[in-house]
Every structure is written in structure tokens, then in C-alpha cells.
Design a protein around this ligand. Structure first.
Ligand code: SF4
Ligand code: SF4
Length: 508
């Protein structure tokens, strides 16, 4: 143990003290001044299972983000073959085999609701797991920190370089670091625009100067945001800008897993010097090495208790476990725990965390809600109609009286064929007995129905005139329906939809 204590990173311990000053000002205690200037955080590299998990997840998320726009998906001739595409020009959203039209935006809203409830579930079970493992600010900041370490070295080397005068070596290292940051920021923002057009075309237009101005400005703005947020602002985005830490408090309770310093085991803490100086004191397991604070990406000391700045990344667990291993103590001085388990230990009860803590009214409600919405969306998506009709009545004039004395109303019908194949729609009237319809541009006798061809994945707009005998009108404004039936090759109806319309006539 003595040997380990001798190897304790002094700079890390100092960082722990510094961080405690900062957190005392930010969190508890009486603030010394209203504005505390940012203390740059130099997180020390750490290894361990949570660090590994974070790298695995980051690789998956980054891989999905950068590769997705290049995945192809054959939808047939004339249709985009990009698997995930936000086609603003044609107002469509493609997601593999799913195609969302603008009027089906509720699916996107549903997905956002599912994501929000999913976040509630994860937070009520695992605390800020989203912040620590999956949030883009965390993932990109991790990537930028990796660049720092590769170019400038670990924590101590970075601190040293920051304090060093501007030599050729320092200028070179800074240039390389900022250059790689800029490259990552550019790759991130450039990939973003690939989701809005055919990726190979967009890439070609972009690099040959043929892309629209909005593409260049989006890349510039998003690139700058990525560079500044992940490169320079880092933990400040989580602490000061993001609203989630303030909201998530409503989802956390005494059963939620949080990263916890088990002070019932660690205190009183004591360094090698302390232990030598006060042999009469029964010290706890914490050797006050400060490593947990030195690895923290938000620059806090978990031993000060739960803090708003803790993103639950669990790197301090890895750090402390490595220390415990070296000094021959059991791991878990800092661990994932919940308030109930912690209190049980403090009061001397041998209660350990069980997975049953996850099943409680709050999580059951969230899970039920999530499952119901997901099931409803899935069923609706599976059985949704692939045709629609919209009707707009002429406003001026509302009606005309023909020389025959009959009344005529004009309508604009928009027929949506959301299927990929061209289809025949039979448009007919329900109600308004005795009335006849005629579609401009369609050679068909005036009657109660007419067949119209609509190309695949397109909308067709037609003008329709409906003529009725005023003597047969019961009201001045009579309600009826325009109905469309999709017909297959044998003339059988495969799908139907209808839309309410009003026939206007003179005062009775
Ligand atoms: S205190 Fe621990 S869990 Fe919280 S942000 Fe720092 S390293 Fe991550
Ligand atoms: S909690 Fe663990 S890592 Fe942190 S100072 Fe104590 S022994 Fe070191």
C-alpha cells in the first residue's frame, strides 16, 4: 500500500482540491464571488470496464452517424435509393422501407415522443446514463479529448504544455490538434448535409463548388458549433447550457442508480502522510489520491456528493477501482448505487442493490406508455392507407346558376397515390342525390363517378364541377362526400378514403 501511495499522482490530488474549490462555489457552500471563471479541465486517461463500454458505444454511434447516408436501398425506378433521406425538395422522409409524407408527420412526432419517454425510462432507472454514454456532446467531446491525448499527451503533459512559453514545438502541437479538431468538425457537419440529398451527388456538388449556398452555410455553422462545443466549451455545455440536468431531477428517485462515493466505507479519508501522522485514527478506504477527480470530464469530485455537473459517465468508478486493486481493497468504493442501498449501508443494514429496484410504479408507467405508443405506431404504420384525398371548395364564386337553372359548384381535388406503383382511383360522390360530377381534362360522361390515373408516389390535382338541381337541395349548404377507391387490374377495390365537402346553393 505504501508503495502505491508513493506513486499517487500529486497533480491529480491537487486537481481534486482545485475541483473541490470550484464545486463548493458552484454547488454547496457560500459563494466567494458571483462569477467564477472557468477552470480548464484536463481529464486524465483511464482504463476500466466503463471506459471500454463508453468507447464501444461511441464507436457504434459515430459509425451509425457517418455511415448511414451512404447506405443504399432500392425503391424502384425514379425513386431515391438512399436508405435514410430527408427529401425536402419533394417533401418526403425515407427510412429504409418506410416513406413518410408531409401529412404523416405525426409519425415523426410519435418517434420524438417515444424517444422522450425512452429517455425518462433510462433516467429513472440509470440516472443520467444518456448524458454519460450517448449524448452527442459527450461522444464528440470524448473524441476531441482523444485527439488532445494523442497530440499533447495525457493530463500532466497538457498542463505543462499550457503553461509552457510559445516554442516551435508548442505551436506545432497546437496547430496539429486544432487542425484535427477542425477536420472532425468538418466531417461531422458535412455528413449532416448528406442526409438531405443523394449522398454521392451532394458530395460531388459540394467539392466541385456546385452545391447550393445553404449547403456551404450549414456546413460552416454546424462545423463551428461542433468545434466550439466539443473542443473549447466541453463540460460547460452540460453544466450551463443544457436544460436536461435541470429536468431529469423529476425522474430520479431513491431507487435510481447513480454514481455514488460510498463514504460509509471511504471516510475518514487519509493519504499516506495522514496515516503516518495519525496512526491512532481508523482511516477508511479512500487514500485521498484524487484520481477520481482527475479523470472526471466535468472536473468535479464525486466525494463531494451528487452534483449537477455529474454526467454519470462512471469514469471515476474505473479510476477508483484501479486504485483499490492496487492497494488490495475490494472494488466499489465509488460505484453505481441508489439512495436506498446507500442509506441501508449507512445505517448498518446489509442491503445490497437488486435488479428489482428497476421495477417500480414510475418505471412501469413509463414502460407501459412507451409500449402502447410504440404498438399503436407500429400497427398504424403497418396498416396505413396509401391513398388520400383533399378537397378545396371554390371560394369565388361559391356557386354559379347555369342557363338551365341548375346550380354548379367547383372543387379542387388532390389525390395522393402513396404507393410506388401507378394506380387507378375511382372518384365518386356519396350523398347529394341526383347531382352529377365532371372532371376537367378527363374524357368521361358527366355522372356520379369517374376513374383517374395517378402516377406512383405522386399527387394529382384535378378540377371537379358538381351540378345539382336546386329543387332537390334540402338545405342551402348541403354536405356530401368525395370518395376515392383504388382499383386493382381486375377492377376490385383495394383501398378507400373519403373527404367531406359542402355544396353551396342559393337561399331557400
Ligand atoms: S463524478 Fe464521476 S460519474 Fe460524475 S462526471 Fe465525474 S467522472 Fe463521471
Ligand atoms: S475515492 Fe478512490 S480514487 Fe478517489 S481519492 Fe479516494 S481512493 Fe482515490
Amino acid at each position: 500500500m505504501v508503495e502505491v501511495l508513493n506513486t499517487v499522482d500529486k497533480a491529480a490530488r491537487k486537481a481534486s482540491d482545485d475541483n473541490r474549490d470550484t464545486s463548493a462555489q458552484a454547488g454547496g457552500g457560500r459563494p466567494k464571488k458571483l462569477y467564477a471563471a472557468r477552470k480548464k479541465v484536463y481529464p486524465k486517461a483511464v482504463t476500466g470496464r466503463f471506459r471500454r463500454l463508453k468507447w464501444i458505444l461511441a464507436t457504434i454511434f459515430l459509425g451509425i452517424y457517418f455511415i448511414t447516408p451512404w447506405i443504399r436501398w432500392d425503391r424502384g425506378p425514379g425513386l431515391p435509393d438512399q436508405a435514410v433521406l430527408v427529401d425536402l425538395a419533394h417533401r418526403r422522409f425515407y427510412f429504409f422501407w418506410i416513406e413518410i409524407w408531409p401529412q404523416e408527420f405525426y409519425y415523426v412526432a410519435g418517434l420524438l415522443i417515444l424517444a422522450a419517454i425512452g429517455l425518462f425510462i433510462a433516467t429513472s432507472m440509470f440516472g443520467r446514463a444518456w448524458c454519460g454514454y450517448a449524448c452527442w456532446q459527450t461522444v464528440w467531446t470524448d473524441l476531441f479529448m482523444l485527439v488532445d491525448r494523442l497530440v499533447e499527451g495525457d493530463r500532466n503533459a497538457q498542463i505543462k504544455l499550457d503553461k509552457a512559453p510559445w516554442t516551435a514545438e508548442k505551436i506545432f502541437k497546437r496547430a496539429v490538434k486544432f487542425g484535427i479538431w477542425a477536420l472532425i468538425a468538418f466531417a461531422t457537419s458535412f455528413t449532416f448535409i448528406l442526409y438531405f440529398g443523394n449522398a454521392p451527388d451532394v458530395a460531388y456538388w459540394f467539392f466541385t463548388g456546385q452545391a447550393p449556398f445553404v449547403a456551404y452555410s450549414t456546413v460552416a455553422i454546424m462545423g463551428a458549433i461542433t468545434y466550439i462545443f466539443a473542443g473549447h466549451m466541453r463540460e460547460q455545455v452540460c453544466i450551463y447550457m443544457c436544460p436536461w440536468p435541470r429536468i431529469q431531477g423529476a425522474m430520479v428517485d431513491e431507487d435510481t442508480l447513480i454514481v455514488t462515493y460510498n463514504d460509509w466505507r471511504g471516510e475518514p479519508r487519509g493519504s499516506k502522510r495522514d496515516r503516518k501522522k495519525h496512526p491512532e485514527i481508523q482511516y477508511g478506504d479512500c487514500i485521498d489520491c484524487g484520481l477520481c477527480a482527475a479523470v472526471c470530464p466535468t472536473g468535479i469530485d464525486i466525494r463531494d456528493g451528487q452534483q449537477l455537473a455529474c454526467i454519470t459517465c462512471a469514469l471515476c468508478i474505473d479510476a477508483c477501482n484501479s486504485v483499490m486493486e492496487k492497494i488490495g481493497k475490494p472494488q466499489g468504493l465509488i460505484s453505481y448505487s441508489n439512495v436506498n442501498t446507500y442509506n441501508a449501508h449507512v445505517t448498518g443494514q446489509a442491503v445490497n442493490f437488486t435488479w428489482r429496484s428497476f421495477i417500480r410504479p414510475r418505471t412501469i408507467v413509463y414502460l407501459t406508455l412507451w409500449t402502447l405508443i410504440a404498438a399503436a405506431m407500429f400497427l398504424h404504420l403497418t396498416f396505413r392507407d396509401r391513398l388520400q384525398i383533399n378537397v378545396v371548395h371554390d371560394r369565388n364564386p361559391l356557386y354559379v346558376t347555369l342557363s338551365s337553372g341548375e346550380i354548379r359548384n367547383g372543387y379542387t381535388l388532390r389525390l395522393l397515390n402513396m404507393d410506388l406503383e401507378p394506380r387507378t382511383f375511382r372518384v365518386s360522390m356519396e350523398g347529394l342525390e341526383g347531382a352529377r360530377m365532371r372532371v376537367v381534362g378527363i374524357k368521361a360522361p358527366e355522372g356520379r363517378s369517374v376513374e383517374i390515373e395517378v402516377p406512383g408516389n405522386k399527387a394529382r390535382t384535378v378540377r371537379v364541377f358538381v351540378t345539382a338541381d336546386p329543387a332537390k337541395l334540402k338545405e342551402r349548404r348541403e354536405t356530401f362526400y368525395f370518395r376515392i377507391d383504388a382499383l386493382d387490374k381486375d377492377g376490385k377495390v383495394t383501398e378507400s378514403a373519403r373527404k367531406k365537402a359542402v355544396f353551396e346553393g342559393p337561399k331557400k
